[in-house]
Design a protein around this ligand. Structure first.
Ligand code: F6R
Length: 253
C-alpha cells in the first residue's frame, strides 16, 4: 500500500483528484466506484473545476456508488442519490444512464441486492474505486462483523455509524437504520483503490486497518491483502497515530 502524507484536506483532495483525473483522461470509458460522505467532497469539487477548465470529460464514464440508505427517496437531501447529484453529477457531462446507485426505496432486499450484483457483474469490474473509512473501520457500509461480505448487502447500521452520520440529519432518530452496500470483496476487486481519510477521528482506526490484524472486525483491514493496488491519501490528523508508530511507512512526510 502506498500511504501518502497530505498536509490538509485540500492537499488530500487535490492529490486524490489527480489520480481520478488521470484515470478518466487515459481511459475515457472508465468505470468509477464512488463514495459519499465528507471525505470525497473536495475531490468532487476539484474534478468539477478540471471539467470546467475543459481538461476532462465524463461523457463516457460509468459510475457505481458504494451504498445508499434504505427508505430515503432520491430527492431527500440526506440520500446518497441527492448527495451525488448536488456535489458532482449535476455539474459535469456524465450521461445519466451511466449513473448507478443502490435503490434505497426497494423494500425487497433480496431483489435489490441481486439487481446490484447483476449490474456489477455486467459492468465487468471497477477501474478505480474511491473509498473512505468509518471510525469503526467500515468501508462502504460493511460494518464490523464475523465475516467479509461478498456481494451486495442489506445491512443494519452500527450505533457508532448512526451517531456519526446524524450530523447530516435534524435528529439522530431520522437516520435510517438500514442501508444497501457493495460487499467488501467487490470493493477490493477494483483494479485500483483510492483511499482517503481526514481528521483526528480516523487516526486510530487507520492504524488498526493498515497495520493491525486482517479481520472482519475492522473491514478496512481487508485492504492489506490488495495493498499493491491501494493508494491512500490521508491528512496529517488522520495519519497522526501512524506517524507516531510507523513513520517509515508514510510517503512524503
Ligand atoms: C459513503 C461510505 C462510507 C464513508 C465513511 C466515511 O459512501 O461508503 O463508508 O466513506 O462513513 O464517511 P466520511 O467521509 O463522512 O467520514
Amino acid at each position: 500500500m502506498k500511504l501518502f502524507y497530505c498536509s490538509d484536506f485540500d492537499q488530500m483532495s487535490k492529490k486524490a483528484a489527480s489520480v481520478v483525473a488521470s484515470q478518466v483522461i487515459t481511459k475515457p470509458d472508465s468505470i468509477l466506484g464512488l463514495a459519499t460522505g465528507s471525505s470525497p467532497l473536495g475531490i468532487y469539487r476539484e474534478l468539477i473545476e478540471r471539467y470546467n477548465r475543459g481538461e476532462m470529460s465524463f461523457k463516457n464514464v460509468t459510475t457505481v456508488n458504494l451504498d445508499e440508505y434504505c427508505g430515503l427517496s432520491p430527492d431527500t437531501p440526506q440520500s446518497y442519490h441527492y448527495f451525488m447529484h448536488r456535489n458532482f453529477f449535476d455539474y459535469v457531462d456524465i450521461c445519466h444512464d451511466n449513473i448507478h446507485i443502490p435503490n434505497g426505496l426497494n423494500e425487497d432486499a433480496r431483489a435489490e441486492t441481486a439487481r446490484y450484483d447483476a449490474l456489477l457483474n455486467k459492468l465487468g469490474g471497477i477501474d478505480l474505486q474511491l473509498l473512505g473509512i468509518g471510525i469503526d473501520g467500515h468501508i462502504g457500509f460493511n460494518e464490523p462483523s464475523d465475516y467479509f461480505p461478498k456481494g451486495t448487502i442489506h445491512i443494519e447500521l452500527d450505533e457508532s455509524t448512526i451517531e456519526m452520520n446524524s450530523r447530516f440529519f435534524q435528529s439522530i432518530d431520522e437516520v435510517p437504520r438500514y442501508a444497501y452496500s457493495m460487499g467488501c470483496r467487490e470493493i477490493i476487486d477494483a483494479k485500483q483503490i483510492i483511499f482517503i481519510a481526514s481528521g483526528k477521528s480516523k487516526a486510530e482506526i487507520i492504524e488498526k486497518a493498515f497495520f493491525g490484524d486482517i479481520t472482519p472486525k475492522v473491514p478496512a483491514s481487508l485492504l492489506q491483502i490488495v495493498s499493491d493496488k491501494v493508494l491512500a491519501f490521508c491528512d496529517r490528523d488522520a495519519l497522526s497515530v501512524v506517524i507516531e508508530n510507523h513513520p517509515e511507512a508514510v510517503i512524503g512526510l
